[in-house]
Design a protein around this ligand. Structure first.
Ligand code: MCN
Length: 825
């Protein structure tokens, strides 16, 4: 088979409609007689609801009905958590509309249904809710004490405690022995606490849902990443037969994990449509989106690493506090568990223990956000490796080289029991160092230090791997996840020779229509433009598990390959009949069956037409080439890479500038280099944003202060330099195309590269940690502390709540007004 499409930098075919405005997002849906919803949201983070007076709202112009928690208490069920990580996991009921208590600021307490959106919004202001305020717990280390409870009825803030121990699992030694031995002369014990601030998956299109109940089958359009999961969960939550629900995800303007959810708004729109018998629409405002769509990250990471004096690591112990927020969403509790296996990263730790305490707080609930668990883990280990290098006075690359898995050691079973199939950390690192000009930059760094330059240079290193391609169903089962990780595809041969590909994944910016067309064009030998990819509609793609965890290519793409191969197998029988030859004598190349050793042949398109006509098919052969396949991966996919950041820190102002960024990623075989480049770029910016810009900040009463894009600092192209990217390619051995996922790689790798760079610039001045985002205020405050001889630990507030940290910094005079975000505008 001649390969022409795979590897070609095709421009994305979906972009034609997306950039010329011919796309259709959920909010563009207009149905006859459609009603509009507006939510009344709690201004309090924790309060008892003592009364809801809807009379004025009901009487307002255009209002059809007002729904309160009491109205739907019997029908709304509880929003689903599909990942109970332990048998005794504690979870409060999760109502779509709060019934008697609100547990975060922004929770819905009533919904107005009116003839227009504006009438609904105006009437929402007329709903009069009485609250009795309750104490709030916002801070993880406070939540751990159980003094104030996010849910008093539960009697604890603890949702679950989850442990992996290499000694118990038989995958490594006992970490306590390693840590104890580190007291010996030739060893070193590093203990650190790092903080992962809360982030908001700031997708461009706010969430929107339309429900049409007027036909036998209820149709929901939603701006979701997961139409199939949503359909199943709606059926289970609301007790509607699954066959009576169709979910369509039309064009979706980004998700980044934030639309991997079954939302209150979706359930409420469904309830309102069924009650009124009319199509209903709910579209959130940007502020609602920032306040009440799920957040990500939010961890306290207590770490202990032991190593020999030559730099060889001997043990790693991780104790996490993970912020669930006030409820458990779809996979909230499992997010830290996805990280559990990634702390040892590319290094040969002989012993490892991971403990995680999932805690409730009175904030919006957390859930998947690009990387989900793995960026947090990668940050911790890459920061630790840099701290260890500094402690041992070693070059950070040299230290990593000493500990990483050498390319000839693959396949390698890690201390977590994962089998990394392939990788070449040496090659990616060598290329990155060369592109970066590592030695020259180190020389410049030395010069600037010697000269006492007010602007210091730091070099940030991150040599990462991650596990994606979620996921082998058996593994998910062993981790108590509520579903499998297979994926579905169908390939349909049309009589004209055109091809329709139906896929169970649900792209929302990843370019699957292009990449899948490339795969099928190569596989079937048909022109790229003759392939049409259909997705995001449960009536078209009957089966599927949707898009997240960089799974679509490594899992969904393999289902496409398998379905295409079945088409060829079916067509071979008919082609042989047409050519009056034996099946075995046929070769299939470039879309043509030929009789081996002759020039006789027939094109796949002609076989498709003959199959459609069905006038002369072999006996017993069905008149269809259409085929479907379900693929369940046997292993995860382990992309890796080396990321290097040159950071300039102005020691007089705390201003941080990202001067240059080089990354060399290895995502196995590349289907479309242009798409991969785009994914890396977008991912990098998201990871850099965590390091330098973004943070969900709450005030002491639990109100989100960063409730608009004025305060929540999403970087733009102007905030980052041109990235220098390259790739190495070690093909994965766990799928036929040799691909590894790329959708989260940039985000996972970049955050520690940036922070390591910032610290590297000022470590010689006594600073060895700065909370993220490393805003000028925080950097300046850390330097002030260092100047006063207090050292970095003292300079950086030791509370885990970033907002409290901000107050502390503000009190030093570094921040005059507002939050760090405001300061950076
Ligand atoms: N690809 C390729 N060759 C490879 C690997 C991937 O050509 N070796 C291509 C794929 O064909 C696909 C794209 O890169 O077109 C991403 O593939 P993959 O890594 O399988 O990731 P998914 O398609 O499953 O996307 C999910 C991933 C996640 S988890 C988040 S979060 C994320 C991301 O994708 N959210 C995004 N990228 C996003 N991009 C946009 N524009 N919007 C989002 O919300």
């Amino acid at each position: 088979m001649t390969v022409t499409e795979i590897g070609s930098p095709r421009k994305r075919k979906e972009d034609q409609r997306l950039i010329t405005g011919r796309s259709r997002y959920t909010d563009n849906m207009v149905l006859p007689g459609m009603l509009h919803l507006a939510a009344v949201r709690s201004p309090f983070a924790h309060a008892r609801i003592t009364g809801v007076d809807t009379s004025a709202a009901v009487a307002a112009p255009g209002v059809v009905t007002v729904l309160t928690g009491a109205d739907v208490a019997e029908t709304q069920g509880s929003l689903p958590n599909a990942w109970p990580i332990t048998p005794d996991q504690v979870a409060p009921p999760h109502p779509a509309i709060a019934v008697d208590r609100v547990t975060f600021a922004g929770e819905i307490v009533a919904v107005v249904v009116a003839r227009s959106r504006h009438e609904a919004q105006d009437a929402a202001d007329l709903v009069d809710v009485d609250y009795d305020e309750l104490p709030v717990v916002l801070d993880l280390e406070e939540a751990e004490k159980d003094d104030v409870l996010a849910h008093p009825d539960l009697g604890t803030n603890r949702s679950a405690f989850w442990v992996f121990d290499s000694a118990e699992a038989g995958t490594g030694g006992d970490v306590e022995d390693a840590l104890a031995a580190a007291g010996a002369d030739d060893q070193i014990l590093l203990e650190r606490t790092y903080y992962q601030q809360r982030l908001i998956p700031a997708f461009m299109e706010p969430r929107s849902t339309v429900v049409d109940p007027t036909a036998d089958q209820i149709t929901m359009w939603s701006s979701t990443q997961v139409p199939h999961i949503l359909r199943l969960m709606l059926a289970l939550t609301l007790g509607i037969p699954e066959s009576k629900v169709r979910v369509i995800a039309p064009d979706v303007g980004g998700g980044f994990g934030g639309k991997l959810q079954v939302t209150p708004e979706e359930v409420i729109t469904m309830l309102a449509a069924r009650r009124t018998g009319k199509p209903c629409k709910f579209t959130e405002t940007r502020s609602e989106s920032l306040m009440a769509a799920h957040h990500g990250r939010g961890q306290v990471q207590r770490l202990a690493l032991s190593a020999r004096r030559d730099g060889t690591v001997t043990g790693l112990k991780v104790q996490l506090l993970a912020d669930m927020g006030s409820y458990l969403g779809l996979v909230t509790s499992g997010v830290p568990i996805l990280g559990a296996f990634m702390f040892p990263a590319i290094y040969k730790f002989p012993s490892y223990r991971f403990e995680c305490t999932n805690l409730f707080t009175n904030k919006a609930w957390t859930d998947a956000y690009r990387g989900a668990g793995r960026p947090e883990a990668t940050f911790a280990i890459e920061r630790l490796m840099d701290d260890l290098a500094a402690e041992l006075d070693m070059d950070p690359i040299e230290l990593r080289r000493k500990n990483w898995i050498a390319h000839e050691e693959f396949p390698f079973t890690t201390v977590c029991g994962l089998e990394y199939d392939t990788g070449n950390y040496e090659a990616a690192t060598a290329r990155a160092l060369e592109l970066f000009g590592y030695d020259e930059l180190r020389a410049e760094q030395r010069r600037r230090r010697d000269d006492g330059d007010p602007v210091q240079l730091g070099i940030g290193v991150s040599t990462f791997t991650e596990m994606c391609g979620l996921a082998p169903s058996r593994v998910l089962g062993s981790l108590d996840y509520g579903a499998g990780g297979w994926e579905y595809a169908q390939v349909r041969m049309l009589p004209t020779g055109n091809v329709e590909v139906v896929t169970g994944v649900s792209a929302h910016g990843q370019g699957h229509e292009t990449a899948w067309s490339q795969i099928v064009a190569d596989r079937l030998g048909v022109p790229f433009d003759d392939v049409q990819v259909l997705h995001g509609d449960t009536a078209i793609a009957q089966r599927g598990l949707d898009t997240y965890g960089s799974r679509s290519l490594a899992v969904g793409g393999m289902a496409v390959v398998a379905a295409a191969d079945k088409v060829i197998a079916k067509a071979r029988v008919i082609a042989a009949h047409m050519l009056e030859a034996a099946d075995d004598d046929l070769e299939f190349t470039d879309g043509r069956f030929t009789v081996r050793g002759t020039d006789q042949g027939v094109a796949l398109g002609d076989v498709a037409l003959a199959t459609f006509a069905a006038h002369d098919l072999p006996d017993g052969v069905e008149p269809s080439l259409d085929s479907d396949a379900t693929f369940d991966p046997e292993n995860f996919s382990f992309p890796h890479g080396t990321h290097l950041a040159a950071m300039e820190v102005d020691t007089e102002t705390g201003q941080v500038t990202l001067r240059s960024y080089v990354c060399v990623d290895d995502v196995g075989t590349v289907i479309n280099p242009l798409i991969v480049e785009g994914q890396i770029h977008g991912g990098l910016v998201q990871g850099i944003a965590q390091a330098l810009f973004e943070e969900a900040v709450h005030d002491e009463s639990g109100t989100l202060v960063t409730g608009s894009f004025v305060d929540y600092l999403v970087p733009s192209a102007a905030d980052v330099p041109s990235f220098i990217t390259d790739r190495t390619e070690t093909a994965s051995t766990t799928n036929v195309l040799g691909v590894k996922g790329v959708g989260e790689a940039g985000t996972i790798a970049s955050t520690p590269a940036i922070v390591n760079g910032v610290i590297d610039a000022v470590r010689h001045l006594g600073v060895d940690d700065i909370l993220m985002p490393c805003s000028p205020g925080r950097v300046w405050a850390a330097l002030q502390g260092a100047d006063k001889g207090r050292g970095a630990e003292a300079a950086v507030p030791t509370v885990n709540s970033p907002e409290v940290a901000d107050r502390d910094i503000a009190s030093t005079g570094a921040v005059q007004t507002g939050t760090d975000q405001g300061e950076q505008q």
